[in-house]
Design a protein around this ligand. Structure first.
Ligand code: NAP
Ligand code: MG
Length: 494
């Protein structure tokens, strides 16, 4: 890991890097080394206001919202090309800011983000209304951009979360103010430069860095028409309350505590690998983490043993190495939270089957061993609360009925998975689970074409797919009277 002096990062407003009116900065840290890698502008209310006004002016001017979709599509594809050309440096910056393995930044996060731009570049040309059959009238709908969208994202997949929000919003012709997480603001600012290079007009994409107060100012700003938020359920609730003041459109992608269910008739080798990827990918800091692993009685002990055997082989350490599989947690705060849950699990009486230690003494950063608790009861805190770290709770079940009951006993409903070779069982599970996504014999595969989002307290609205465009458009109905005498013309008889 190289030592370099920290860089200064400004806000990105109206196509330019601008110093914050607050004149304040915050530090962005490389969590794998603890070193300060950047001083980043802390945007305050005035900065948010400036960005919203720039977005509003751009929107009203029609420079993007009324641009021919063919041209908009070319620009979004150019953005994808630029991200592809800059992939190594973007991936390195992401890993530096977040602590995730470079293999994941390079081969998962960036390619999926580029793919999203390509998909929505095409989708931009397919946004259309419909003709509505009404006798005696021509009635049709128009899909129009909402206007200025405030987008607030978390730190776990900084580029990907930015992309999932920006690509559909821009495809639909909106202008945007993006607020990245304070832990990982760097790649969003880099993306802003690439947008400019790609030909996105000034003011259409603005990035205001800062903390929760910056996000709150965006949510409350009367010039913002829509808020798209990804983050914790707790903050999501606050966003909804604050957005109510001006009745903004809101979509929320929130937390999860997702069930991964393995039946005795599953292909066990595949299921073991699937269970590992479900929970340890991105150090478990993923809203879709398969953090509740339900394993059927008959195979329970053997399954836990296999998992433990594999875990011992995972390579934890320097995320800049291609060989590293588990990197650093994102921050000191997250490190403390994960360690406290490991403590809680032991106090609750679960069996610590593997891991449980942090590696702060051996490695400088915020590394925690991948950890498994067995003999977990579904009512324990480690089975109910989102840890957002590499900690797996393995729960035993007898039969289909018990699995069906247990998996839904949770306020969350983001994703789920079932491992079985029995096609009937698989589809029955898919229909009874209260979650926005069901994987059968795989995990964490999210094609851009398919809708993603949560049931229950995991949020509402769907990202990805053509459906995401509904979150960034208003539907206008146009009714053209075709009768010579409209039904209303003689109503008053005057
Ligand atoms: P978080 O604490 O809720 O923060 C998310 C974003 O909201 C950050 O940019 C944060 O700013 C900002 N924020 C904080 N307080 C705010 C307020 N009062 N008003 C407006 N914005 C505010 O979540 P996180 O810790 O970054 O991320 C982890 C959570 O995200 C987990 O619960 C995870 O499940 C969820 N997540 C969900 C999905 C999904 O698609 N469902 C995807 C990824 C993550 P600062 O961080 O700068 O303070
Ligand atoms: Mg950082």
């Amino acid at each position: 890991m190289t030592q370099a002096s920290p860089q200064q990062y400004h806000l990105f407003i109206n196509g330019e890097e601008v110093a914050p009116q607050s004149e304040q900065t915050f530090e962005s840290i490389n969590p794998a080394t603890g070193e300060v890698i950047a001083h980043v502008a802390h945007g305050n209310e005035q900065d948010v206001d400036r960005a919203v006004k720039a977005a509003r002016n751009a929107h009203e001017s029609g420079v993007w919202s009324k641009m021919p979709t063919a041209q908009r599509s070319i620009i979004l594809n150019r953005m994808a090309d630029l991200m592809q050309e800059n992939l190594p440096s973007l991936a390195a910056l992401e890993t530096q800011d977040n602590g995730k393995p470079i293999n994941e930044s390079s081969f998962i996060d960036l390619p999926m983000s580029i793919d999203a731009f390509r998909y929505y570049a095409s989708a931009a040309r397919m946004i259309g209304g419909q003709a509505v059959p009404v006798p005696g009238a021509l009635t049709y709908t128009l899909k129009e951009p909402i206007g200025v969208c405030g987008q607030i994202i978390p730190w776990n997949f900084p580029i990907m979360m930015a992309t999932w929000k920006l690509a559909p919003a821009l495809a639909a012709g909106n202008s945007v103010v993006l607020k990245p997480a304070e832990q990982t603001p760097l790649t969003a600012l880099r993306l802003a430069e690439l947008f400019k290079q790609a030909g996105v007009p000034d003011g259409v994409v603005n990035v205001v860095t800062g903390d929760g107060r910056t996000g709150e100012a965006l949510v409350k700003h009367p010039g913002v028409d829509k808020i798209a938020f990804t983050g914790s359920t707790e903050v999501g609730r606050q966003v909804m309350i604050n957005a109510a003041g001006t009745l903004k459109r809101v979509s929320l992608e929130l937390g999860g505590k997702s069930p991964n269910v393995v039946f005795a008739d599953a292909n066990l080798d595949q299921a073991v690998n699937g269970a590992l990827f479900a929970i340890y990918f991105n150090q478990g800091q993923i809203c879709t983490a398969g953090s509740r692993l339900f394993v059927q009685d008959a195979i329970y002990d053997a399954f836990v043993e296999k998992l433990v055997g594999k875990l011992a082989q995972l390579r934890v350490g320097d995320p800049t190495l291609n060989t590293t599989q588990i990197g650093s947690l994102v921050s000191a705060e997250q490190f403390d939270k994960v360690n406290s849950y490991i403590q809680i699990g032991q106090e609750e009486g679960a069996t610590l089957a593997f891991g449980g230690k942090h590696l702060r003494d051996e490695l400088k950063g915020y590394f925690v061993q991948p950890t498994i608790f067995s003999d977990v009861k579904n009512s324990m805190r480690i089975a109910q609360e989102e840890i957002f770290g590499p900690v797996l709770s393995v729960i035993r079940f007898k039969d289909d009925a018990e699995a069906a009951r247990l998996v839904n006993e949770i306020p969350y409903g983001l994703v789920s998975a079932v491992w079985t070779e029995n096609v009937r069982r698989a589809h029955n599970f898919a229909s009874m689970i209260q979650a926005g996504y069901v994987w059968i014999n795989t995990y964490n595969i999210l094609p851009v074409e398919a809708p993603f989002g949560g049931y229950k307290q995991s949020g509402f609205g769907r990202e990805l797919g053509m459906g995401a465009l509904d979150m960034y458009t208003e539907t206008k109905n146009v009714y053209v009277e075709l009768n010579e005498a409209s039904p209303i013309t003689g109503w008053y008889g005057v």
